[in-house]
Ligand binder design. Structure first.
Ligand code: TXA
Ligand code: MG
Length: 314
């Protein structure tokens, strides 16, 4: 299919899956309520989980918010296009279907040539990850296809460079709050914006500020669990993921070793989850580790693993 055909599908109120540097997105015209409604329907997404607006040009932001502070501007200059989603007070025109009734809107500019070219032609797109709700985010076109079959046209951009979703950051307060840890880390944000950055804790508010936090998603059909200390790595029904270096453990068909390369682990994790399902493993056992927010990338990885295990912060 021609590139223009994908553009036309969006203009006609349809959905298109497109690549970004983080994961594939399921895009719809940000000004078309019916199209956005389709996203929730085909994904089976709870309607109280708001969507991110994707733009290709900084000027596009002004249709969605009037409240861009100097500090937010600094972050945009430094990290856009890139895996950082910013939350602003929304303009009244922004569709409720996007924000799930919140008075804020999440916006990002993906760092992917094809995505930028696409959005340039379609206008701003809302896009959640292009997976069925409850499945791991797609990092390859075949992942999108395995969830939606031929019902969703896919712009093929190969494999996503990063492999986990963007950092979600609320820039409305004095202290900036991270709702979802990711590739852009708290210390990088603090350094550029010159302000304090903290991790938003669930449970402090009766209504979750970032509804996505309460759902256990990112999970494959196989049971994800932390590996037992004494695990012998001999169960052929288990896919073992070993991240630390110098373990002396040799890779095998069902044993993946990352030798301390957390970026590679992040890049592959959702694909490994899906591989486990394709190859019908019963379990995915991950070598345990701890991480605090100051551990940055490792913390973002831990966040996704905990979600897959079914951990909830509240
Ligand atoms: O990397 C990404 O961000 C990918 C690619 C496709 O851009 N998109 C993505 O979208 O991960 P989604 O819908 O799977 O996750 C969006 C997250 C959810 O946790 C949602 O609750 C949060 O962003 N979010 C969206 N709008 C928000 C808002 N106004 N306030 C707080 N959280 C918001
Ligand atoms: Mg998602």
């Amino acid at each position: 299919m021609l590139f223009e055909t994908y553009v036309q599908i969006i203009k006609d109120g349809g959905l298109v899956a497109f690549p970004t540097e983080t994961v594939y997105g399921l895009g719809a015209d940000a000004w078309n309520t019916d199209a956005i409604h389709k996203i929730f329907r085909v994904k089976g997404r709870p309607s109280d989980n708001p969507l991110i607006v994707h733009i290709s040009d900084k000027e596009m932001i002004h249709s969605f918010t009037d409240s861009v502070s100097k500090k937010a501007e600094l972050l945009m200059d430094q990290f856009w296009p890139g895996p950082l989603t910013l939350i602003f007070k929304k303009r009244p025109e922004v569709l409720d279907r996007i924000t799930a009734g919140l008075d804020s809107v999440a916006i990002r500019m993906p760092n992917h040539e094809m995505a930028l070219k696409f959005i340039e032609q379609t206008g701003p797109l809302v896009a959640p990850s292009a997976n069925l709700s409850g499945r791991p985010s797609p990092t390859k076109p075949e992942h999108v296809k395995s969830d939606f079959g031929d019902t969703i046209p896919i712009l093929n951009g190969g494999s996503c460079e990063i492999g986990i979703e963007s950092t979600v950051l609320d820039v409305r307060g004095e202290v900036f709050e991270i709702y979802r840890p990711g590739y852009v880390t708290p210390s990088e944000i603090g350094k550029i914006a010159g302000c304090r950055v903290r991790l938003h804790e669930m449970g402090k508010h009766s209504k979750p500020i970032s509804p996505g936090m309460k759902y256990s998603h990112y999970s494959p059909a196989a049971t994800v669990l932390w590996m037992d200390k004494n695990e012998s790595l001999s169960d052929t029904g288990t896919l073992y993921l070993i991240h630390s270096d110098n373990t002396g453990i040799s890779p095998a068909k069902n044993i993946v070793t990352y030798q301390g390369d957390y970026r590679l682990f992040i890049h592959e994790i959702y694909d490994r989850f899906r591989q486990a399902d394709r190859e019908q493993y019963r379990r995915i056992a991950i070598e345990p580790f701890e991480a605090s927010p100051s551990d940055e990338l490792k913390y973002a990885l831990l966040n996704r693993i905990r979600k897959a295990i079914g951990y909830r912060t509240a």
